[in-house]
Design a protein around this ligand. Structure first.
Ligand code: PRX
Length: 677
């Protein structure tokens, strides 16, 4: 059951006024992939699910499917049943004939003076084949096996992903910034025998030791009863090892050394059923255990190719840059699979947008001739704060820009439009999730005008609705918020939570399912976990999570994960994580911690709690503040009232506290916290 939240991001969301529309420029419309309104009709509900043939036909199939959508086992939807294809072949091999020497990936490393790598489709194909041969020959990886990567933003990451896809093996990339412990948990959950990592990578001008985390990951997996057989270590500078961590004999291998045996080797792409899993992407949920979202081969690839074409307006001749990390779903779908399936040039970079200065991004865009740009509100806010005039110093021209991952404030949107886009670029604000594979809500850039702060209507073939807690529809234009759901399945939807099918049904479908025995998709709306409002024009404004998930700088953190991490500190008796508004990161985490009897609060304990969270999850989870409190506000049954704590942290109404078991604590905490903020 999805419980009624005690507090949610949506509840602390700022309520914006309705904004005016911005039309795209005629120049943009003239060249857009989707410029005829007929496309909207073609994807109308009467044509569902067959409309998605249009997306699937962007791919090359080894055998065509016989059933577009199989609903016989809800909500385990099956798309393009009977079809067979290989995702790597679709992203690489099939482009060779026409585009062998064209750049597939352009990689911009740190430091800035380091040479940019241009990887042609031919070169990418060679690297993938060799690494696939190594995985197969040296590690014994077979179709259906899981392989975990803990890789930073280096070309070896897409190479490894596509090598797995070539073999029909399931990759599971763990964001490089996550801790070794977090990686180990994901290795054990997926049952991967192989971990692919790198000795080091650059960030903010420093070479960060990364291999140390692999050792922690293997230990953490072992503690969960899972043994990693091989650790493949790429070297950031081949031949030079840049890590303090010793290589473990018989377990750890330098990829560049082992690869020598596989030079020039070719591996046939394995023809996979459309429904075969392509990858796992772990994300945070309402319990401490991350969920391995399992994405399909055919449905997923068709969906990211179609949405890349129509929503990001990618043409093969574009130079497209999604400045996200491939360690997140955005990078999987919209750096690697979508753009490469369309045969375009996809830029990826190492480091951060603000180092060595807030002009880096625009310099790269100018130098490479980037014409489509994709980033997150948190980056936009940061660049606006640190270099509000930087974009005007560079001679790039974007025809199109995307924002993703969090709500974007209208004034930030306007800076993105006026200053970054120079008033020329169409913007799409794309609302979606790790689970959904690709976009759910967005304007079609040439056909539907932009409205700052709103993502737009449901995307082609996706029909969202807002329900109240009882399942009644909240009408557009009512100005009432509710839970945004999707009424229908779409090809990019994840297939299940790896190894936890019951949890999959419970979390995403149980809340609004009308009849558990029904095989009609109309009875199984997808519960997204976001609060939203729909304006009279049908555009949705996403308010934030309604569950126990906090979206920090576009990254999902589970309150339970944060609290369990705090509880690893032996002095801590109780912990509660709450979201607070943050100027740059959208939301930040504040931790409230009560100590066990006999321990006095001091700064070192605050630091210890922060360190424990960084150790268990990673630096992205470091709390903005740790408040050591004498006690937590609790109900009479002993439940911590996060709503009250969040109200204090955000200087908003804490609601009725009269029924608490310890109402007096509220003023104590308020005094303490608000006087120090
Ligand atoms: O709350 C929504 C927010 O990010 C959540 C999904 O996070 P994740 O699975 O990490 O995927 C992020 C990249 C797709 C959603 O439940 N979110 C995502 N996009 C938007 C958004 N909130 C507002 N506007 C968006 N465009």
């Amino acid at each position: 059951m999805t419980t009624q939240p005690e507090l949610s991001e949506a509840q602390i969301a700022v309520h914006w006024r309705e904004e005016g529309y911005y039309p795209p420029t005629p120049k943009f419309v003239g060249q857009a992939n989707a410029s005829e309104p007929a496309i909207i009709e073609r994807f109308g509900e009467v044509n569902f699910p067959e409309c998605f043939k249009e997306y699937a036909d962007l791919l090359s199939w080894d055998s065509y499917w016989h059933t577009t959508l199989d609903t016989s086992d809800p909500p385990f939807w099956k798309w393009f049943v009977g079809g067979r294809l290989n995702a790597c072949y679709n992203c690489v091999d099939r482009h060779l004939e026409s585009s062998r020497n064209k750049a597939a990936l352009i990689w911009v490393p740190e430091p800035e003076a380091a040479p940019t790598q241009v990887i042609t489709y031919q070169e990418l194909c060679r690297r993938i084949n060799e690494f696939a041969a190594l995985l197969q020959g040296f590690c014994g990886v077979r179709t259906g096996d899981r392989v975990t990567f803990h890789l930073p933003m280096v070309p070896e990451l897409p190479v490894a992903m596509l090598a797995c896809a070539r073999l029909g093996a399931i990759h599971s990339e763990v964001f490089g910034g996550f801790s070794g412990a977090a990686c180990g948990g994901r290795i054990a959950d997926s049952g991967s025998n192989v971990l692919v990592t790198m000795d080091s990578y650059y960030r903010n001008g420093e070479l960060v030791d990364h291999k140390v985390k692999a050792d922690e990951a293997v230990e953490a997996a072992r503690a969960l009863g899972h043994e990693v057989e091989k650790v493949l270590v790429w070297r950031r500078h081949p031949g030079e090892y840049a890590s303090e961590a010793p290589m473990v004999a018989g377990r750890d291998f330098f990829v560049d050394e082992v690869l020598r045996e596989y030079r020039g080797k070719l591996v046939e792409p394995v023809s996979m059923p459309a429904e075969a899993p392509l990858f796992l992407m772990y994300t945070s949920g309402t319990t401490g255990r991350p969920k391995g979202c399992q994405h399909s081969t055919g449905g997923y690839l068709a969906y990211v190719a179609g949405t890349s074409k129509y929503y990001q307006d990618i043409h093969p001749e574009d130079t497209y840059w999604c400045a996200a990390d491939i360690g997140w779903i955005t990078g999987h779908s919209y750096i690697v699979y979508g753009p490469l399936a369309l045969g375009t040039t996809s830029v990826m970079y190492e480091g951060v947008p603000t180092y060595p200065d807030a002009g880096r991004v625009w310099r790269i865009a100018e130098r490479l001739g980037v014409n489509i740009f994709h980033t997150a509100p948190t980056t936009i806010r940061m660049l606006r704060k640190l270099g509000p005039d930087e974009p005007s110093k560079y001679g790039y021209h974007f025809k199109h820009m995307t924002t993703v991952g969090e709500p974007i404030e209208p004034e930030v949107w306007r800076w993105y439009y006026d200053v970054v886009g120079k008033g020329e670029a169409a913007i799409v604000d794309t609302w979606w999730q790790t689970e959904t594979g690709g976009f759910l809500g967005s304007t079609l850039p040439a056909l539907q005008p932009m409205k700052p702060g709103s993502c737009g209507p449901g995307v082609l073939g996706v029909y969202p609705v807002i329900y109240d807690e009882d399942g009644a529809v909240i009408e557009a234009g009512s100005e009432r918020a509710g839970n945004i759901c999707i009424r229908n399945p779409w090809p990019g939807i994840f297939q299940t939570i790896w190894g936890q099918p019951e949890r999959f049904v419970q979390i995403y479908y149980a809340k609004y399912c009308r009849d558990r025995r029904s095989r009609d998709w109309r009875d199984w709306p997808y519960f997204a976990g976001d609060g939203a409002v729909q304006a009279a024009d049908g555009y949705f404004r996403i308010l934030g999570r309604v569950d126990d998930v906090i979206n920090v700088a576009g990254h999902r953190l589970g309150t339970k994960e944060l609290e369990s991490a705090a509880l690893t500190v032996s002095e801590v008796a109780e912990a509660a994580a709450v979201p607070v508004m943050d100027d740059v990161r959208g939301r930040a985490v504040e931790m409230y911690v009560a100590l066990k009897p006999g321990f006095a609060p001091d700064v070192s304990l605050e630091d210890k709690v922060s360190a424990a969270i960084v150790h268990e999850i990673g630096k992205i989870a470091r709390p903005k503040n740790v408040w050591l409190v004498a006690d937590m506000p609790k109900t009479r049954s002993g439940k911590i009232m996060r709503r009250v704590i969040a109200g204090i942290s955000n200087f908003t109404d804490v609601g009725d506290v009269s029924t608490l078991a310890n109402p007096e604590i509220v003023d104590d905490i308020r005094h303490r916290v608000q006087s120090e903020k």
